[in-house]
Structure formats: structure tokens, C-alpha cells
Design a protein around this ligand. Structure first.
Ligand code: HEM
Length: 412
């Protein structure tokens, strides 16, 4: 029975893994031919029967523990899940281009605290102390309402099926893919010297959009939502902007991520903005003077510009693009900036200024030279990040409302 169930489940996904499905089916048929009372049409060795038994066991174990994520997880239960999220993202990004970066960051802050389980979305109440109050999140992490909108539509289309953790992961992928055409236009106009006109347009946030050149990937799905949040873990596990390389590397390692993941994922800072509060110590801190003269000069100019926007105190919430050259594009310009001494956060700058043995700096050079390599590694790393500590199978739950566990939903 277990085998049949396993095969049936495989059959549902046979377009995904045709080879595996065929192999399992053949083995099953061959094994059946040796069961007394079943039609014997083929010869079969004992070794193969044992192999079949082993495969059945592995398949049953994988399904019981539900440990694997699967890009086609909702194929049978909510096939339109990804398109619903995509449509919400298109509308939201068109309405406010800043949403894209917010959603990508939300996925990161979800995965680094208790795993990718949507704990970051929980509000205070019902025994939950929200992670939204953590130092890295308060007054800075946004995009919760976008997830709410997508989830509300999903609850109409397929109630209690698609987890909030999966919605975040899909939205993060769409965030990288989607770009505001307006943002591109603004950039072009700025290059042409129409700065004032551009700001005016931005304020009005015209709603035009199209696909940008960010990488695409298959989101692996099947995460379940947590029943709890952890404010203390959020304060401990999300890296701070003043982290040195010696702090960043072990922090990422504690999540199963290596230096390639650290550098590739830091490339997310090709989009979005940071508050003055987050980079003040970088622009008023000690400048390392044994740098090549060119680098030193550029960094000095960069600091001077930033100081004019961000004084030693006050204006904490003033926003600056993390990638000052191409803020509206998901590209490898961020790595060029790092090499020019124009990484906005200390943690960005640390990737080039603190790397004594050179491995991290070599990656920065490689990504600056080869955007395709950056995209490939980024995709690999974000899929890896998306599987940190996931709840699957019968762990956790699928929340009805992403802001509360089901036991704390009104009316229960
Ligand atoms: C390497 C360690 C990292 C540190 C120390 C860090 C820190 C920060 C800080 C301080 C901000 C600005 C927040 C603010 O001032 O309001 C920021 C923004 C951002 N971060 Fe990171 N980050 C890191 C890695 C990542 C990763 C791995 C991702 C994604 C996978 C990511 C995605 C983003 C995005 C997209 C923004 C812009 C958000 C927006 O515009 O609303 N960051 N990050």
C-alpha cells in the first residue's frame, strides 16, 4: 500500500520526474510478478526485490517525514498558487517599486530566524511575541500587507492549502524578476540630467511595469508555517549592518551557508535602500588609509556625499539606495561599487576591505566581471537559503491568516 501511494504520488508528478516515475513503476511491476497470486510476466532476482523494498522504504520515509520541498508541490491542490502571488506582486510593484526589495528582504529575515516558516509575519498576541520588534526589523522591514493580500486571494481559491512561508518565498522570487519600468525610466532621465522632473514622477508613482533582467528560478515549495515566533532569535541571528567579515562568515555558517552564499546573497543589495541609521558608523568611522590611492579617493568622495545627506545625528530615517549606481536594477553593479569603495553598509564594505586571505574578495571580483556567474550563484544560494530549517509534512500548520497562528484566529 505504501508503495502504491508512493507511486500514485509520483504519478501525479510524473512530468516532473519522468525517469524516476518510470523506474519506480517498472520495479513495482517486476516485484509484483513475484508476489504469490499476482501474474508473473517477467523474471526477477532477489537482489532487485530487495532494492525495490529499500526504495519503498526510502520513499515512505521521505513522505512520512515530508522533508523535501518540491517545485510542483501545489500541482494537485492549488495549481494557480504561483500565478496568484505573481499577479499581486505585479500590481504592488507597479504601485510602489520599493515593494520588490522589501519582499526579498522579508524572505531573508524569515529564513534566518527559526527557518523559513513565516514566523516573521506573526503579530504580537495569543502568546506570540512578534519578531517585528527586533532591532533589524523595527521601523525597517516592510511588505507584510502584500503577503496579506496574496494570502487572502489564496484562501478564496484554495482554503488552508498554501502556506504563508511559501507565499514569502514565491514573492521574493517575483520581486527579483519584476522591475518597475518607471524605475528604469527614472534612471535614464537622471542620467540625462532631468533629476527634478524625475523626483516629481516618483512621488506620483506611475504604474507601469515590465520584467527586468533579474534571474528566474523554480521556487521549491511545501513549507509549513510555524506556531511561534522568536524575538530573541531575531535579535541574535539577523546580521547587523556593522558586522565584520569575521562575524558574517560564522553567522552564515550557522545557517548552513558558505562564503559563496554570503557573497552571492549580499548581492541582493543591488536593490533597495537603507536608512541613515544603518550606515552612519560606516561614513563617520575610521577610514583605512593603506588602500590604493584611487580607491581611497573614491571612498572619500563617497563618504562626503553621504555625510551631506546623513548628519552625525538626526535624519535617521533618510533613505539612500544600497546600490547608488543602478538602484532600480537587479544587476552586478553592486560588486563594482564594492571594488570602488562604495559599498553602503559596513557589512558590504567588509567583503572587500577585511578579507585577508582573499577568497571573499576573489568572489566579488568574479561577480563584478561576470553577471551570469553572479546570477547562477545567486539562484543556487537563494534556493539553499529558502530551505533553511523548513517545517514540512505534518509539522507546523498552514495558517489561515499569516499574522496569527490558527489557534489564535478570531472566532476560535
Ligand atoms: C550579509 C548580511 C546582511 C546584512 C548585514 C544586511 C543588512 C541590511 C540593512 C541594514 C539594510 C537596510 C535596512 C534599513 O536601513 O532599513 C538592508 C536592506 C536590504 N537587504 Fe540586507 N543585509 C544582509 C544580507 C541580505 C540578504 C542575504 C538579503 C536577501 C537575500 C538582503 C536583502 C536586502 C534588501 C533587498 C534590502 C533593501 C530593503 C528595502 O529597500 O526595503 N540582505 N540589509
Amino acid at each position: 500500500m505504501v508503495v502504491t501511494a508512493c507511486l500514485l504520488k509520483e504519478k501525479k508528478k510524473k512530468n516532473t520526474y519522468p525517469g524516476m516515475y518510470k523506474f519506480l513503476t517498472e520495479l513495482f511491476l517486476a516485484a509484483s510478478s513475484h508476489v504469490p497470486g499476482m501474474d508473473s510476466t517477467r523474471g526477477f532476482s532477489l537482489t532487485k526485490i530487495l532494492l525495490v523494498a529499500l526504495l519503498m522504504l526510502l520513499c515512505a520515509m521521505a513522505q512520512a517525514s515530508g522533508q523535501t520541498l518540491d517545485p510542483y508541490y501545489y500541482g494537485g491542490t492549488c495549481p494557480m498558487a504561483e500565478s496568484i502571488v505573481r499577479e499581486v506582486m505585479q500590481v504592488e510593484v507597479a504601485r510602489d517599486p520599493l515593494v520588490a526589495a522589501q519582499l526579498l528582504r522579508l524572505h531573508f529575515h524569515d529564513c534566518f530566524v527559526l527557518g523559513c516558516d513565516a514566523s516573521v509575519l506573526l503579530d504580537d498576541g495569543g502568546g506570540v511575541v512578534s519578531e517585528k520588534g527586533a532591532v533589524a526589523n523595527a521601523g525597517s522591514l516592510r511588505g507584510f500587507d502584500v503577503i496579506d493580500r496574496a494570502k487572502a486571494l489564496l484562501e478564496v481559491a484554495c482554503p488552508l492549502t498554501v502556506s504563508c512561508a511559501d507565499v514569502i518565498a514565491i514573492a521574493a522570487r517575483d520581486a527579483v524578476l519584476l522591475v518597475s519600468f518607471l524605475a528604469g525610466l527614472i534612471q535614464l532621465l537622471m542620467i540625462l540630467g532631468f533629476g527634478d522632473f524625475v523626483e516629481d514622477i516618483e512621488a506620483r508613482r506611475f504604474t507601469m511595469f515590465c520584467y527586468r533582467g533579474g534571474p528566474n528560478w523554480e521556487v521549491h515549495l511545501g513549507r509549513r508555517d510555524s506556531l511561534k515566533a522568536s524575538l530573541s532569535e531575531a535579535n541574535q541571528m539577523i546580521p547587523a549592518p556593522n558586522f565584520t567579515l569575521q562575524m558574517l562568515i560564522p553567522n552564515f555558517e550557522s545557517h548552513g551557508l558558505n562564503i559563496i552564499d554570503l557573497v552571492a546573497l549580499s548581492g541582493s543589495h543591488t536593490m533597495g535602500r537603507a536608512r541613515c541609521l544603518s550606515f552612519r558608523s560606516r561614513i563617520y568611522g575610521q577610514q583605512v588609509d593603506e588602500q590604493p590611492p584611487d580607491y581611497y579617493r573614491r571612498e572619500t568622495v563617497f563618504r562626503r556625499i553621504l555625510r551631506s545627506i546623513c548628519p552625525t545625528s538626526g535624519r535617521d530615517a533618510a533613505l539612500i539606495p544600497l546600490d547608488t549606481q543602478t538602484p532600480a536594477w537587479f544587476d552586478n553593479r553592486y560588486f563594482h561599487n564594492l571594488l570602488r569603495g562604495e559599498g553602503l553598509l559596513e557589512s558590504d564594505d567588509a567583503l572587500v576591505s577585511e578579507d585577508d586571505d582573499g577568497a571573499v574578495r576573489r568572489l566579488v571580483h568574479a561577480y563584478a566581471a561576470d553577471p551570469e556567474l553572479f546570477f547562477r550563484d545567486f539562484v543556487r544560494s537563494i534556493v539553499k537559503m529558502g530551505s533553511i530549517g523548513v517545517l514540512t509534512g505534518d509539522q507546523g500548520e498552514v495558517r489561515r491568516n499569516c499574522r496569527r497562528p490558527n489557534y489564535a484566529q478570531p472566532g476560535r
